[in-house]
Design a protein around this ligand. Structure first.
Ligand code: NIG
Ligand code: FE
Length: 436
């Protein structure tokens, strides 16, 4: 498929062009998270899928006057333009839904009780194992279209519903194919240590050995994943097992990520700092000391307020983490159990309303900081010369409106790799209709 466009594109005259420039080298921390670098009456010149120039409409229309009639013009007058959103933590590739468990939780059952009784992650694992490659592909492809409609242009995708070499590889292969066919870019994470399968319940270390000695080497050899993640939680993987799995991955070139301190405090943030993990995610119950150590070690905190909302739990303390110097990113955690949403805008709303973050901070957290959380800070997450032309145009005049008028999809246009993927809120890109 074509991911680039040969005709130049000229996005013109946004009431606010939020560039977030200047953060390609490292994620933003503390007050830097407020620095959006907004251009009023801003325009962007795009060529070959990349950002060629950024400035005011007056500057660019003069500079490119000789080429103006060759370009596709997109009028953003009165509208907000931001970088395309980056979702740095999803369980994109999975089969089926778990609405019955949602109903059970509403009547008092806990997430962990459901999982320990063989439901939860185990029930999605069963469905995902039974699904064919093309079933998984089609379900996930449709989900990617829903992400795109919310303005998400890059997505991290974890395996972890296979829990055997064969089925983990199937998920990773589907993610690779989706990356090749869908406009959204996908960055893959291996998460063989997402749950302990029932047959290893009495001897979980045997499963840990399977992950370390059988799965990780094959996954690393295949080149199908860049990161290695583990669910470090009481009753799932202990901090010591998590450390062994993440160190083994690191020795094979897979960078560590960790589901940490989600349900109970379990020293996951501390472990992430000790390992120098790229990110520690969830952190609802992270200790003060763990937060301090993460800031010192430069571990990005990927916070998932949709998961807290959906599990009816108290959100992570985003305000405190930012004040302590942790680079914070936000994500949907899109998965069928604890957060069945694709809505980055909703996550931003929750970031403001449940975690004490400002509208500017949440925008930083879903763009440049999210890009750093998947090692893509040099490629996406800001509107800067040389980066991918991934941009959102919203039917609101300022970024503040985006956080303020909550619960609505304000997307007008999504540009992915310099092509219009969403127009008037609807899918237009040819590639979004391709099915195998
Ligand atoms: O990030 N916490 C573990 N994993 C997912 C949930 C997966 C599921 O319930 O299917 C999470 O919340
Ligand atoms: Fe998750």
């Amino acid at each position: 498929m074509t991911k680039t466009n040969t005709k130049p594109m000229f996005i013109r005259n946004a009431s606010q062009l939020v560039t977030l420039k200047g953060g390609s080298e490292s994620p933003r921390v503390k007050e830097q998270m407020e620095e959006l670098h907004i251009i009023e009456n801003g325009s962007v010149w795009i060529e070959n899928g990349k950002i060629e120039d950024v400035g005011t409409d007056k500057e660019l229309s003069e500079k490119y006057s000789s080429k103006l009639n060759q370009a596709q013009h997109i009028d953003a007058t009165g509208k907000l333009v931001t970088p395309g959103f980056v979702d740095p933590h999803t369980h994109l590739v999975h089969a089926g839904t778990r609405e019955n468990e949602f109903n059970m939780r509403l009547q008092g059952a806990s997430y962990m009780d459901i999982m320990n009784a063989g439901g939860g992650i185990h029930s999605t694992t069963k469905a995902t194992r039974e699904a064919s490659h093309s079933q998984l592909y089609n379900e996930s492809f449709a989900r990617l279209n829903r992400f795109l409609k919310q303005g998400v242009t890059t997505v991290e995708a974890k395996s972890g519903y296979g829990l055997s070499l064969e089925h983990e590889m199937k998920q990773l292969e589907v993610a690779k194919k989706l990356n090749e066919t869908h406009p959204i870019d996908i960055v893959s994470t291996f998460m063989g240590a997402h749950a302990v399968p029932a047959q290893y319940k009495e001897n979980p270390d045997e499963f840990v050995d399977l992950v370390i000695y059988e799965m990780l080497p094959k996954v690393a050899e295949s080149g199908l994943a860049e990161f290695n993640d583990v669910f470090c939680e009481r009753g799932v993987f202990t901090p010591d097992q998590s450390r062994r799995i993440l160190e083994a991955g690191l020795n094979l070139g897979l960078l560590p990520k960790i589901h940490a301190d989600e349900i109970e405090p379990y020293a996951g943030a501390e472990l992430a700092a000790t390992l120098g993990a790229v990110s520690a995610d969830h952190l609802l119950k992270a200790s003060d000391e763990g937060i301090r150590q993460m800031a010192e070690a430069g571990v990005i905190g990927v916070l998932l307020p949709g998961t807290a909302f959906f599990l009816m739990a108290e959100s992570a303390n985003g305000r405190k983490m930012i004040d302590e110097g942790v680079a914070v990113a936000l994500s949907t955690d899109c998965n069928p159990g604890s957060s069945p949403t694709v809505s980055t805008p909703l996550i931003m709303n929750l970031g403001c309303l449940k975690m004490g973050m400002t509208p500017a901070e949440v925008l930083t957290a879903v763009t440049i900081n999210a890009a750093h959380a998947i090692k893509r800070g040099h490629e996406v997450g800001s509107i800067e010369v040389g980066k991918k032309a991934d941009m959102n145009i919203f039917n609101v005049p300022t970024y503040m409106h985006l956080q303020y008028m909550y619960g609505e999809n304000h997307i007008n246009t999504v540009i992915k790799n310099g092509q219009v993927a969403i127009s008037g809120g609807n899918l237009v890109c040819q590639d979004t209709h391709t099915h195998n």
